[in-house]
Design a protein around this ligand. Structure first.
Ligand SMILES: Nc1ncnc2c1ncn2[C@@H]1O[C@H](COP(=O)(O)OP(=O)(O)OP(=O)(O)O)[C@@H](O)[C@H]1O
Length: 311
């Protein structure tokens, strides 16, 4: 768990971050969201002390991060940034092995770990292990960046606009891949983004910042349905509820239940389209299947919709 207590940073007398107190829950992904210049990156970098806090403190599992040497602290925290900065002269395997090498792992253990991670991020080790970063697409390089950050299995992962430089298709794919990885690994992740859809799609929680302070912290549904201020409502936009559903798959909302002869949708269908099917069919419950196998049912209220669907 990461806890910020009255964290602050000033530049030339102006607050970049001001009296920020916040708990990032363990095993969850929190999106640090907000307009340009609101202090997201400064906050993130104060967690791993790439920027020293001007005031307040950061606790990692209850421990004040000032009590650790910065390089020791950083070895226990994965860090992924937009231009991932892979070492161009090293192979992909050597890049992924950066932290295990620093930690003095033996060769076999490191090699096994590298292959395991490349597989996890969807790159065939046999094909990619010996390539150089210059031979990869942007999306592939970003996958290597994620693998490298996870190499020594750190409990905490900090990500600063990790998908920001990718074209929409590659971004979409990588977001989906990352979501699946996170569902498996359950790291404590802080993801900086100014992209509302990304925050709605990936965040278990959202910490929305405005001018160096916290505007609201909560689940996407809480921010959408109970915005704490006009700023929150305006920032998310009128159609936030539907946009959130567009980024999630029906399978994510499934609960156990008999399918009977309910209209069925595939679990891979996005939840917004599933909502459309409910409206078309005039039903509040759908059967969800995957490759024809029943997964359970999807209900109108589980999609965060008030009232009942009108046929
Ligand atoms: N090294 C610095 N020197 C002076 N001012 C800085 C410095 N770093 C950040 N700032 C200022 O602090 C504020 C917060 O910057 P920060 O990069 O944390 O915002 P951000 O929310 O991450 O923005 P973006 O999404 O545009 O990256 C901005 O007004 C920025 O201009």
């Amino acid at each position: 768990m990461i806890e910020l207590q009255h964290l602050e940073k000033q530049y030339g007398g102006t607050f970049a971050v001001r009296d920020l107190s916040l708990v990032f829950p363990e095993g969850e992904l929190t999106a640090l969201l907000g307009p340009s210049g609101c202090g997201k990156t400064t906050t993130l970098r104060m967690i791993n002390r790439l920027i020293e806090p001007g005031g307040g403190r950061v606790l990692l599992d209850g421990r004040d991060t000032r009590d650790l040497r910065p390089e020791v602290l950083r070895r226990g925290i994965g860090y992924v940034i937009q231009q991932i900065g892979l070492f161009p002269h090293l192979t992909i395997a050597q890049n992924v092995a950066t932290v295990p090498d620093l930690l003095g792992w033996d060769r076999q253990r490191t090699a096994r770990r590298v292959d395991e991670l490349l597989e996890l991020v969807g790159l065939d080790p046999a094909v990619y292990r010996s390539k150089k970063p210059g031979e990869l697409s942007g999306g592939q390089a970003q996958r290597v960046g994620v693998a490298r950050a996870l190499a020594a299995d750190p409990p905490v992962l900090l990500m600063d606009e990790p998908f920001g430089a990718l074209d929409p298709l590659a971004r979409d794919r990588l977001q989906q891949a990352f979501r699946a990885i996170q569902q498996r690994l359950r790291k404590t992740v802080v993801l900086v983004t100014h992209d509302i859809d990304e925050a709605l799609r990936l965040g278990d929680r959202i910490a929305l910042m405005n001018a160096g302070t916290l505007a609201q912290f909560g689940t996407p549904a809480e921010l959408i349905h109970r915005p704490a201020s006009p700023f929150v409502r305006q920032f998310l936009g009128e159609d936030a509820a539907l946009r959130q559903l567009a980024g999630r798959r029906a399978a994510e909302f499934v609960r156990p239940g008999p399918a009977g002869d309910l209209p069925a949708v595939d679990g891979e269908l996005d939840a917004r389209s599933a909502l459309g099917v409910m409206l078309r069919e005039g039903t509040g419950t759908l059967a969800v299947t995957r490759a024809g196998v029943p997964l359970g049912v999807l209900r109108w209220e589980d999609l965060g919709q008030p009232g009942e669907p009108d046929a």
